[in-house]
Design a protein around this ligand. Structure first.
Ligand SMILES: NC(=O)c1ccc[n+]([C@@H]2O[C@H](COP(=O)([O-])OP(=O)(O)OC[C@H]3O[C@@H](n4cnc5c(N)ncnc54)[C@H](OP(=O)(O)O)[C@@H]3O)[C@@H](O)[C@H]2O)c1
Length: 309
């Protein structure tokens, strides 16, 4: 099933690793839609620090013709023959890392249908575009830590993408008592997300102990915060955080954001009918170079997205 589709689209293309200026907007063929895929007409593509690392060559060579971007939101434009549960026009979001059909910095993306979910009705489309990777990663981390209602959780590095989503999910979906570290200009934001306490990473006066800790970064003061863990409490960090956080006598769990139908269903169930005050900085598609300069400058509060249409 499909609406009338063009043969070509605009996409951001890399012909090799390079600075932000290597991101070139050009016309390319529409990606194919195998039988287990859907085609999404994208509204927003998330811009993550990992996109900048891929672009710069930190992760190795970049194949000519690479379209970056691993997550975003849009509407179903076409459905593969073997796919059920999606119809043209449905509002959806997806996290699809390592997708050989192309990335999300484009007018259309073809993704496996089991990596796509309907956007909850009350969630704004820009927030939906910012959320899939950060949200599923935060969700996987909280699950690895088995965080429960009324437990105390530390989110070290709480104002970025994964941190914001971890604070919100732990506080508002699970009912945990969350302490987040951030620079003071993000304190009000963390409290809005549901944190009980917002503290600077350099704070040495904080007295509370924690039942679990999620590290989205590693810094000079990580070990000091690790010492606040209760006996037997674990810490977790997404793969990519370097150097890997370690706290003597505490289990350290490395994890990836799970990409699966089950994870998406659980994530949507956790959101329920709530809205999420995720801070989203919107860049027009043709300012993708500026979006990458911004992400590389650091201290993004919340997320950056590209507005595609
Ligand atoms: N394996 C996976 O599946 C997966 C998926 C997604 C992300 N990741 C990884 O997860 C990590 C977090 O991603 P993200 O998008 O949330 O990053 P981000 O938006 O850049 O957030 C990083 C957070 O760490 C804080 N921070 C940075 N340096 C710090 C320091 N020295 N001391 C204390 N806090 C510091 C930042 O606060 P300030 O801005 O105030 O410095 C911010 O709150 C990255 O390493 C990414 O590669 C892995």
């Amino acid at each position: 099933m499909s609406t009338a589709l063009p043969e070509t689209m605009l996409a951001v293309v890399l012909d090799g690793a390079g600075p932000p200026e290597a991101l070139d907007i050009r016309t390319v063929p529409l990606p194919a839609v195998p039988s287990d895929h859907v085609l999404i007409a994208l509204d927003y593509a998330s811009v993550g620090s990992w996109d900048a690392k891929l672009r710069s060559g930190d992760w190795g060579d970049v194949k000519p013709g690479t379209v970056p971007g691993v997550d975003g939101s849009g509407r179903i434009a076409a459905v593969g023959d073997g796919v059920e549960g999606f119809n043209a026009g449905d509002r959806v979001y997806s996290y699809s890392y390592g997708n050989d059909r192309g990335g999300f910095y484009a007018e259309y993306v073809s993704v496996p249908a089991n990596l796509v979910a309907h956007v909850p009705a009350q969630i704004d489309q820009a927030v939906a575009g910012a959320m899939p990777c950060a949200g599923l990663t935060a969700h996987s981390g909280l699950r690895a830590l088995e965080v429960e209602r009324e437990e105390s959780l530390l989110v070290f590095g709480a104002s970025g993408g994964v941190g914001s989503m971890a604070v919100w999910l732990a506080a508002r979906a699970i009912g945990a008592s969350v302490t987040g570290t951030a620079k003071p200009d993000a304190f009000d934001y963390l409290l809005k997300l549901g944190a009980a306490y917002a503290v600077e990473p350099q704070d040495s006066q904080f007295k509370h102990g924690f039942d679990a800790a999620l590290f989205t970064t590693n810094g000079d003061t990580s070990n000091r915060w690790g010492a606040h863990l209760h006996r037997g409490a674990a810490l977790a960090y997404p793969n990519g955080v370097e150097p890997e956080p370690q706290v003597p006598n505490h289990e350290a769990i490395a994890f990836d954001g799970e990409m699966s139908r089950a994870a998406l269903d659980e994530f949507n169930k956790a959101i329920g009918t709530q809205t999420i005050p995720l801070n989203v900085d919107v860049y027009p598609f043709d300012r993708v170079v500026d979006a990458h300069r911004r992400i590389e400058a650091g201290h993004v509060i919340g997320k950056i997205v590209l507005q595609i249409r």
